[in-house]
Design a protein around this ligand. Structure first.
Ligand SMILES: [Fe+2]
Ligand SMILES: [Fe+2]
Length: 197
């Protein structure tokens, strides 16, 4: 179904299309999380990803319930946005050799996914309320709360340690190259017969 084609004629159609969109997105996220768990080398990050995989499975169940309440079969519609975010995450992860830098890249990718989900669920909750679908709105709001909490948690881990550990990797060689430069300067001074200060 294409956006703004005649398949979508009103807000209800738009809402149902977006529900199928997030249903597809959650399924792709469920498939990609085991790979992220495997790639993460920080125990806390691994645990966080594992917990979110469990939540994602539960979120899919809530979406199943939402479809049931709408008296329609659970169905996903291809979402190029989430496919793009996941593809890019895999691409970047494949290019990072250092474990600490990889952890930082994984958190950034996971947060991009969370932010996508947050924007979708915010809209879906608003549209469900607008359409008077309060039971469906409650299910979607539960998913939204979990996505927001996960984003906050990932942000905390990134700021508290992962990003700093990743940065430390580049500071070490910088420090050693400065030392090397100082040694080279001292050697030049010695060669010129100038005593060190
Ligand atoms: Fe989710
Ligand atoms: Fe999520």
């Amino acid at each position: 179904m294409g956006w703004f084609s005649s398949d979508i004629e009103n807000v209800d159609d738009l809402f149902r299309h977006s529900l199928q969109d997030i249903y597809y997105a959650e399924q792709q996220i469920e498939k990609s999380l085991p790979d992220m768990i495997e790639k993460a080398s920080d125990a806390e990050l691994k645990k966080g990803f594992r917990m979110h995989l469990k939540q994602t499975k539960q979120q899919i169940k809530r979406l199943d319930q939402a479809f049931k309440k709408l008296k329609s079969k659970p169905k996903g519609t291809k979402c190029p946005a989430i496919d793009g975010i996941i593809d890019e995450a895999n691409e970047i992860a494949g290019e990072v050799a250092d474990k600490m830098v990889l952890n930082a890249a994984l958190i950034a990718a996971a947060q991009a996914i969370e932010h996508y989900e947050i924007t979708r669920y915010c809209t879906l909750v608003a549209w469900a309320k607008l359409l008077g679908l309060n039971d469906v709105a409650k299910l979607l709001a539960a998913n939204l709360r979990e996505e927001k909490a996960t984003d906050k948690k990932l942000n905390g881990i990134a700021k508290r340690k992962i990003n700093r550990k990743a940065l430390a990797r580049q500071q070490k060689p910088m420090r050693s190259s400065r030392n090397e430069q100082m040694e080279a300067d001292a050697a030049l001074l010695a060669a010129a017969g100038i005593p060190p200060v």
